[in-house]
Write a protein that binds this ligand. Structure first.
Ligand SMILES: Cc1ncc(COP(=O)(O)O)c(C=O)c1O
Length: 365
């Protein structure tokens, strides 16, 4: 027997987007615009920063497993604390879901090119991972329902979806849900829900507190806290009870928990972030279309561009990097001909468009 199981050996590790330091080093550019990880371009929530400073004095103490944040979230979202879990980012909770609920013969079902973090976690469990294609870059929920079989244990749906930025609607989800057996766990990953919830068609899953649905949310996006690793989830008490048995006892860290609690109160920052994103997204979509790029309409804080082939996607990424703009190639997700661009500040968006104009007119060096 080999020391490393075959399904781990053949796993492709999660490759995060390149950093500002990487680009400075590789291309010798000074001004770098980072539009590859769907982070908040305004930085962290100011209230969260203050809470972090206060929390530092208690770093010698062990954290309480997210209890305080769970209580605050339960009150905010009008559920019981038994229905809330907090963890090291929504990926931390995803990892616990996979460890808690999947057995060797189970299967995971989702769309093609699903969020790479989920792909890596699910594949690392060594169970069968099945996908169905997108339809117009959206989840094809009827086909997903059709493909559920006796082995399907988890269906993963991200809404809005990363990397396409598209959503499925309330009616689409209602029709889908009716076709899912109760023994199948639906993960509704709502990492970007704050950006989409103004859309009346968007199915905020707090209204779907079914026994087999777990909602995952994060402080990494609109709250600007990707670096401290804090996320949360809602589900039936039985699911949460079992998740808590598997979770690392001291996850999330006390710093992460304090930042999350404070960020929830930072309505001003949230409002500003959403407005900036809305304006930036409209500006970018218009500018990209004027430059004749094929753009997928987005409900999130990023936009996907479809190129004709992998070479064109690669050269777009490289030509932008040479000008100090980092965007995300999507080959690792499974869409080699596509790239994803996060919405930045107004200035960052303009720098990106300026760089694209140079590429289109072949005047960049
Ligand atoms: C769909 C989706 N889910 C989850 C995450 C991860 O969030 P977290 O930082 O909370 O682990 C991301 C991050 O890019 C994402 O796009």
């Amino acid at each position: 027997m080999p020391l490393v199981p075959q399904y781990i050996e053949s796993l492709r590790p999660y490759l995060p987007g390149k950093s500002i330091a990487d680009i400075r080093r590789e291309f010798g550019v000074q001004q770098v615009v980072k539009l590859n990880s769907n982070e908040n371009p305004l930085g962290p929530s100011p209230l969260a920063l203050k809470a972090l400073e206060r929390q530092v004095a208690d770093l010698h103490r062990y954290p309480n497993g997210g209890l305080d944040l769970r209580a605050v979230l339960a009150q905010k979202f009008q559920v019981k604390i038994e229905n809330v879990v907090a963890g090291s980012g929504s990926e931390g909770i995803m990892s616990n879901i996979i460890r808690t609920f999947l057995c060797d013969d189970d299967e995971v079902l989702t769309t093609e090119a699903a969020f790479i973090g989920f792909q890596v976690l699910a594949r690392s469990r060594g169970v069968r991972y099945r996908t169905i294609p997108y339809k117009n870059w959206r989840y094809d929920l009827p086909s997903l329902a059709e493909r559920i079989n006796d082995h399907t244990k988890i269906v993963y749906l991200a809404n809005p979806n990363n990397p396409t930025g598209t959503i499925f609607t309330r009616t689409e989800f209602d029709d889908f849900y009716k076709r899912v057996p109760e023994r199948v766990l639906i993960i509704l990953d709502e990492a970007y829900f704050e950006y989409a919830r103004q859309n009346p068609l968007y199915p905020d899953s707090m209204q779907y507190r079914y026994d087999n649905v777990i909602t995952l949310r994060t402080f990494s996006k609109v709250y600007g806290l990707a670096g401290v690793r804090i996320g949360y989830g809602f589900a039936h008490g039985e699911l949460i009870k079992n998740l808590l048995k598997v979770k690392l006892p001291f996850e999330p860290s006390s710093l992460a928990q304090a930042a999350g609690i404070a960020a929830l109160l930072d309505t001003e920052f949230m409002q500003h972030s959403l407005e900036l994103n809305q304006k930036g997204r409209e500006y970018l979509i218009k500018a990209l279309r004027e430059l004749e790029f094929e753009v997928v309409p987005s409900e999130a804080n990023f936009i996907m561009i479809v190129r004709d082939n992998e070479e064109e996607a690669d050269s777009l990424v490289k030509d932008l990097m040479k000008q100090g703009v980092i965007i995300r190639p999507l080959k690792s997700f499974g869409l080699a001909n596509c790239v994803r661009i996060s919405v930045g500040t107004l200035e960052e968006n303009e720098l990106l468009v300026g760089a694209l104009i140079k590429i289109r007119s072949k005047t960049y060096v």
